[in-house]
Design a binder for this molecule. Structure first.
Ligand code: BES
Ligand code: MN
Ligand code: ZN
Length: 500
């Protein structure tokens, strides 16, 4: 969809639909009050009839409002003015987009951006508007034989910011929002695509396609033979149980100074996780197609970076494989040797994410990274700990952890830190190898990160466990595109195009 900035007097705006907010108890927002005045009280007379009093969730479409140049006015309830904040702003934007998309208007102007919630600058309000609208318009219907065509879809949305002129910083808001939303949509698409279509090879081809979009992006895909030469015995032990060959996808983006240390992001690209010989129960196993959402978020972030030509150096790495039971699959008790030389006793073949990640993290060393962030749907335990709202964050560096937490707060794509104390490391003791791949009953998210920490000693590193945040279950089943917003925010802040 196209977004444009609009200013001026609300009653003078020529549009098919003008959206104005009403706070609880019929309190007109400024643009609504301006329309009310121009229409000699039409809006307040309508409100007196009681159909809309401004509660959250209410909306009312008005036609032939006198004294205005728009064809329709959509009044939208915003709830109590005292509680107007960024989360309520996001909800209102999503609702408006849904109503507009279902209406007869293909073009509209929303006055909601003029109502900046406290402590939120205009840049951010506009960027959020774009991201939330795109999120609300997202559909995944490419696997339906007869997708429902949208009758008259919304094509153009004006963002009204008030009567004054725009500060300069605002110019970036719409392109930033569109690029981030594009990255989020890409991550959602890859996540929602089923395991028979979204294979390691498919992910590799998507990465190659990104490479063709930007001269600053070089994409390489290592095959199993090449990984074998590097000694990636942990990663390859997982793909041995699958007929789909594993891929190590490497995306090198150089938008910054040549030789500048890159930020490396590593995403788990497990395109289907049946558990292997430690087979998972049948219920909801289909959702394990989402086990590549970490990798998808890396591709989405790379896409956003290239779209904006961000002046940063970054490398995206996605180890991609399936995890299935097979005569050649890992067996409980098997011992494998990782690229780092450390040996691992595979006590549970379902703890495969850390096996493919550990070799990818060792591979990341060669970039002499400024920081490494890995993103993985790693443990069911993280859903128990944090539910669907926050991603788990574990890190060996307080400054990096702080940066990630702040980027999460700023975007609403939040993380929460868990400890990575040495006390937990002994849970990984093995009688036969350097370590086991599971840490027993307690603190599953932490012991998984402890495992990864044994491969990240040489750089600043953070791990995001997105098991609870990467997708929604139930009737709204679908990928969320998290944490593309958080990752992009870190890069935007690092190159000075936004703050934390
Ligand atoms: N991909 C799963 C983690 C997962 C499970 C994410 C459910 C989201 C929902 C991972 O590969 C896994 O199976 N982890 C095991 C680890 C255990 C064997 C130590 C788990 O969490 O049960
Ligand atoms: Mn698993
Ligand atoms: Zn998994």
């Amino acid at each position: 969809m196209e977004y444009i900035l609009r200013t001026g007097d609300p009653d003078k705006l020529r549009t098919a639909c003008l959206v104005v907010g009403v706070f609880d108890k019929c309190r007109l927002t400024e643009p609504a009050a301006a329309l009310d005045k121009a229409s000699e009280g039409f809006l307040s007379r309508t409100l007196k009839r009681g159909d809309l009093i401004g509660e959250t969730g209410q909306s009312l479409m008005l036609y032939q409002v006198p004294g205005c140049r728009c064809e329709r006015v959509l009044m939208i309830g915003l709830g109590p003015e005292k509680e107007w904040d960024l989360p309520s702003y996001r909800k209102a934007v999503a609702r408006v987009t849904g109503i507009l998309d279902a209406s007869h208007a293909t073009e509209a102007v929303t006055c909601l951006p003029a109502l900046e919630p406290a402590q939120v600058d205009l840049y951010r309000v506009l960027r959020e508007t774009v991201i939330c609208s795109e999120d609300a318009l997202y559909r995944f219907d490419r696997c339906k034989s007869n997708p429902k065509a949208r009758r008259r879809p919304l094509k153009k949305l004006g963002l009204y910011t008030g009567t004054g002129r725009h500060p300069k910083a605002v110019q970036n808001a719409i392109p930033h929002g569109k690029a981030i939303a594009g990255g989020v949509a890409m991550a959602k698409d890859l996540g929602n695509l089923p395991g028979n279509l979204c294979t390691p090879d498919y992910l590799a081809n998507q990465a190659r396609a990104l490479g063709r979009r930007s001269p600053n992006l070089r994409v390489r895909v290592l095959n199993e033979q090449q990984m074998g030469k590097l000694g990636m015995g942990a990663l390859l032990s997982v793909s041995r149980g699958s007929r789909q060959p594993a891929k190590l996808i490497v995306m090198e983006y150089q938008g910054g100074k040549p030789g500048g240390k890159p930020v490396v992001i590593v995403g788990k690209g497990l395109t289907f996780d049946a558990g292997g010989i430690s087979l998972k129960p049948a219920a909801a196993m289909d959702e394990m197609k989402y086990d590549m959402c970490g990798g998808a978020s890396v591709l989405g972030t790379v896409a956003a970076c290239t779209e904006l030509d961000l002046p940063v150096n970054m490398v995206g790495i996605v180890p991609a494989s399936e995890n299935l039971p097979d005569g050649d699959a890992n067996k409980p008790g098997d011992i494998v040797t990782s690229m780092s030389g450390q040996t691992i006793e595979v006590l549970n073949t379902d703890a495969e994410g850390r096996l493919i990640l550990c070799d990818a993290l060792t591979y990341a060393e060669k970039y002499n990274p400024a920081a490494v962030i890995d993103i993985a749907t790693l443990t069911g335990a993280c859903i128990i700990a944090l539910g669907a709202h926050a991603s788990g964050l574990l890190s060996n560096d307080d400054a990096l952890a702080g940066e990630i937490l702040a980027a999460g707060v700023r975007t609403g794509d939040r993380a929460w830190r868990l400890p990575l104390w040495d006390d937990y490391q002994e849970q990984l003791d093995s009688n036969f190898a350097d370590m086991a791949n599971i840490g027993g009953k307690g603190a599953g998210t932490i012991t998984a990160a402890c495992f990864l920490s044994r491969f990240t000693g040489k750089f600043k590193w953070a791990h995001l466990d997105i098991a609870g945040t990467a997708w929604k279950s139930g009737s709204k089943k679908g990928a969320t595109g998290r944490p593309v917003q958080l990752l992009t925010q870190i890069l935007l802040a690092r190159c000075g195009q936004d703050k934390l």
